[in-house]
Design a protein around this ligand. Structure first.
Ligand code: MG
Length: 249
């Protein structure tokens, strides 16, 4: 159950900055362990909040604006470009690294759930049943700039790890949907299991990254739409895709 925290989102969502071609360093928060995180100004604030929240219907006009007028896609493009440059520079400097890898999140990173949240009632609130339905029926679209980045990294020889907070029983639907949306290959897809279902998203994802490091992977970057995709370290760089719809610790 998500907690509605409309007041917290006012400052940012009410005055969306159309920051084309602007990536900025993001404060990683107290659990970010000082790792450099590059993002945009379109994420919800309070990145150290321990409660989830949704933007809610009060911001529907602004959110529909930035998701439908190309702002979000332009910002994703900026972050993806910065990610490619940074990761390639790292690759050149570390030609002998063990199993260099990049981690991707699924929801609102590889796949775009705007349609789901926009049509929820109330708009931009969380509806669990609909969330499950959207996942099982593959109703999300691809985030094209993220898919381009993913394909470039595959071509560059990186291992791809997908770490998603989706539960195990959505695993095969998620796998099929990613393929249907043009994400054809990866080395591992990690979903939540009974053992990790109670962990925060940040803890679950860091634990998953650790399991990959234990197999010799060098995690160069994590690409996600939440600071919890890159908290508690175990990565070199974080790249934060814009998401003004919700926040998940
Ligand atoms: Mg996500």
């Amino acid at each position: 159950m998500r907690i509605l925290g409309v007041a917290v989102t006012v400052a940012l969502v009410a005055s969306p900055v159309v920051a084309y071609a602007q990536t900025v360093p993001v404060d990683p928060g107290p659990i970010g362990k000082g790792k450099p995180i590059i993002g945009t100004t379109q994420n919800l604030p309070s990145l150290d909040s321990s409660d989830p929240y949704d933007a809610g219907p009060g911001f529907a006009p602004q959110l529909r604006g930035i998701y439908e007028n190309g702002t979000i896609r332009a910002l994703q493009k900026d972050v993806a470009k910065q990610a490619r440059q940074t990761i390639r520079a790292w690759q050149r400097q570390h030609p002998k690294a063990s199993k260099p890898a990049v981690i991707f999140d699924v929801d609102d990173t590889m796949l775009n759930n705007y349609e789901e949240y926009s049509t929820n009632d109330p708009a931009f609130s969380y509806d669990h049943a609909k969330d499950v339905q959207f996942a099982l029926e593959c109703k999300a679209t691809a985030n094209v700039p993220v898919r381009r980045l993913y394909r470039q990294l595959v071509a560059d020889g990186f291992r791809i790890g997908i770490i998603t907070g989706r539960p195990q029983d959505q695993r095969s639907a998620t796998r099929d949907c990613l393929r249907e949306r043009g994400f054809q290959e990866w080395n591992t897809l990690i979903t939540r299991t009974d053992a990790t279902s109670s962990l925060s998203s940040a803890r679950f994802k860091a634990k998953a990254r650790k399991s990959l490091q234990d197999k010799g992977w060098t995690i160069v970057a994590s690409v996600g739409d939440q600071i919890s995709d890159m908290s508690y370290g175990r990565l070199k760089y974080g790249f934060l895709m814009p998401n003004s719809m919700y926040y998940l610790p």
